[in-house]
Design a protein around this ligand. Sequence first.
Ligand code: DGT
Ligand code: CA
Ligand code: CA
Ligand code: ZN
Length: 573
Amino acid sequence: MPIHNKEVADCFERVADLLEIRGANRFRVRAYRNAARTIRGLTKPLAERVEDGDDLSELSGIGDDLAGKIEQFVRDGKLEMLEDLKDEMPEGLIEILRIPGVGPKRTAKLREELDVEGVDDLAEAAEEGAVRFLSGFGKKTEETILKAIEEERDQERRFLRSDVVEIADSLVEHLKGVDGVKKVVVAGSYRRKRETVGDLDILVTCKRGTPVMERFVNYDEVEEVISEGKTKATVRLRSGIQVDLRVVRQVSYGAALFYFTGSKDHNIAVRKLAMDRDLKVNEYGVFRGDKRIAGRTEKEVYDEVGLPFIEPELREDEGEIDAARKDRLPKLLRLEEIRGNLHAHTKATDGKATLREMAEAAKERGLEYLAITDHSKHMRVANGLDEKRLRKQLEEIDDLNEELDGIRILKGIEVDILKDGSLDLPDEVLSELDVVVGSIHSDFGLSRGKQTERVLRAMDHPHFHILGHPTGRLLNRRDPYEIDLERVVDGALDRGCFLELNAQPERLDLSHVYCRMAKEKGLRLAISTDAHSVGDLGFMRYGVDEARRGWLEADDVVNSRSWKDLRQLLKRD
Ligand code: DGT
Ligand code: CA
Ligand code: CA
Ligand code: ZN
């Protein structure tokens, strides 16, 4: 992919930052900043200029030296000088730069006067009140810095589910390998399939005398043993995540699993029901007086309080107890019920695999259909398709469908919803497609009213089928944009189009709360992986997890249907 001007400008800006921290001559620093500004103002891509053999040193503020550096960056995709600067700078200093309110000047000052070399040093200095006395700082700045660090730490403390799945699996395998161990299960928010987890809670049952604690604290991945007792221990793994381990007796297994799965609110609600029956529920069992009457399985626990088994994903005290009492629990969607995938990219835009590779991988996963929905031209950073390139892709899809058996490739697009709600490609070409996903990739900052109108306008287009990643959130990174989802759901129902549950583990957008709202209003969703590589097709499991947290059943999901039925469903009149 060609280098964009913004990347070159960012690179120079970075060089200026690092030079400034290092205390370089201020004219030199300014030269890089000026060059960055010039580059941001250019319309013709530098990559093209280099290719055309333009003399870059004719640009204002760019001499021979910088011209050479631009050529290097355009050619190699990186700048040796920046790499060197990064290598010689403590990494912590680079992290400090990212804290709002701390630029390179302040970073240099902190380093000079307070020996600050990283975020932890800075937090300590700020907590001690040493930062406010530096010239150019003050009390207010000190407070802002502390707050920013705390916020960042809070965010870092929760891990994306997809980042801990492997960690959890290998630890479970490790523990299962210990002679005498019977059951190993991960409880807590992980078992409830939350999209982020604070820590892992593992339960083990084993024969008497099994050295399970010892094997736990000596696991390779353990970085620190925080506490260790006979039946419980807590460690921190190298990845930073903490793990609580509990060894429980077989007779208490169900009660312990129930207790440590949570959520806390669900547990409290169930315990209330127990009290009405003069029972006590705790992590050791269900008791009448001093007598344990149940607790070997979770089902026993629910039986005793008069409830059917409640799936972990529903245990949030959000109405599941009431639904269980009335025997109205949903029959939650299962991964095997998903028959196709309606959002995927290829090399034609920002994907990593070819059309054929994506098709074959989808077939291997047992899918009946896969929609190829590359970006449209407004997404320039992704090399989005114009009408001509899209038509070329449609022909390739026709050819491939002729050739391949056992999978159908659907013709699609992820078309940009422009600021005014128009779509980035003409209705005429959209009308030739099987699936049109419309998404917002720009102007996230519109007011709630405007953003909502924009989406409704987009859905007015007669060939609009599915609203992609409807709130734009990125877990731990970007809040959703302001939008009135209730109106959007109603608007989709009125028009006969659908919303997506984007299964990328850092999106999971719609979130379960909105999934449930959509379901209650009678709107069906498409669960899609938004795959940018063959491996990403595996994200479907995370989408299904989120859907289950949103109470969805197979019927609530459009891609649980055969293509024949789905095609009818997508038809708008
Ligand atoms: P996390 O780790 O923040 O993602 O969320 P959880 O739900 O895994 O919470 P965690 O690890 O603090 O505790 C695991 C489970 O143990 C929790 O879901 C319910 C249970 N639990 C913990 N503390 C209490 C408590 O004070 N009362 C009750 N009833 N249950 C608790
Ligand atoms: Ca936990
Ligand atoms: Ca825990
Ligand atoms: Zn997108």
